[in-house]
Design a protein around this ligand. Structure first.
Ligand SMILES: [Zn+2]
Length: 261
């Protein structure tokens, strides 16, 4: 079941015991964000920082994510169905008073959802929302598998700077690195790895460099070179959970864990 939907029973109960004009407690977004409990309702005044693209969930339901902020912090506001299509008439820069938003907590990340009880009103109030880089990025977890190995190659690298040794002569017992100008007796083995990943929500991701090697559980490049077949078999039958940071349309993988199949 979709995590956002799992609290619908509780929401229904709270509707029954709340009178029509009652409004949920007001929260600043940043400092007190961590106290917002899942499936409770909150009211906030915030500025629309960005309006995301219309997306389709696994269930086929349309959704859209708006990033909203006040002077204390920012979080995602999720719109579903018709609201997702119309954006509730909102654009970047609008200040809104959102009453009775539903709190969602997923992988310890809080967001708010416009439910059937939520009212969103545009207000003239000036809302300061100067975000720090930390606040503009949003962390989440993605479950994915490897779709394709775009590249997995090996090269001789400099033991001092780890850069690729361009003009390496295997017959010489020493060489000179063109990148850092140092001499070496024996070059190291380096690896270029690029992986195409596909998330459970059909999102495509590219992992490269250290992240890709981490996904392949490579600690020793020389060992891998001799066991490529085994490595390929393992990675294509493994599912991964990636902790990712999203910022300015970039997705940065910050942690990799393997999942039991
Ligand atoms: Zn070097």
């Amino acid at each position: 079941m979709c995590p956002e939907m799992s609290g619908s029973r509780q929401l229904f109960n709270s509707v029954c015991c709340m009178s029509k004009d009652e409004v949920s407690p007001t929260y600043p977004l940043g400092e007190k964000k961590h106290v917002m409990q899942a499936n409770t309702e909150v009211t906030m005044t915030a500025k629309v920082m960005s309006v995301g693209d219309l997306k389709t969930a696994k269930t086929g339901t349309k959704y859209r994510i708006l990033h909203i902020a006040d002077e204390t912090g920012s979080l995602d506001l999720k719109l579903w169905n018709n609201d997702a299509e119309t954006k509730c008439g909102l654009s970047e820069g609008h200040t809104i008073l959102a009453q009775n938003l539903k709190v969602s907590v997923y992988h310890n990340i809080r967001s708010v959802i416009k439910s059937f009880k939520t009212t969103i009103t545009k207000v003239d109030e000036v809302c300061n929302a100067t975000l720090s880089p930390e606040q503009t990025s949003s962390r989440s977890a993605i479950e994915c598998s490897i779709k394709a190995v775009k590249e997995f190659s090996f090269y001789n690298s400099c033991p001092t700077c780890n850069k690729k040794v361009i003009s390496h002569d295997d017959n010489k017992c020493f060489g000179k690195c063109d990148s850092c100008n140092s001499y070496y007796n024996k070059s190291m083995l380096g690896s270029t790895c690029r992986l195409a990943l596909q998330s459970e929500h059909d999102e495509s991701l590219l992992a490269f460099g250290q992240q890709a090697l981490q996904i392949c559980a490579v600690t020793n490049v020389t060992e891998v070179k001799d066991n490529m077949e085994e490595v390929m078999q393992t990675i294509f039958s493994t599912r991964y959970r990636l902790a990712v940071n999203r910022r300015n349309n970039q997705t940065i993988i910050s942690d990799v864990t393997t999942l039991d199949v």
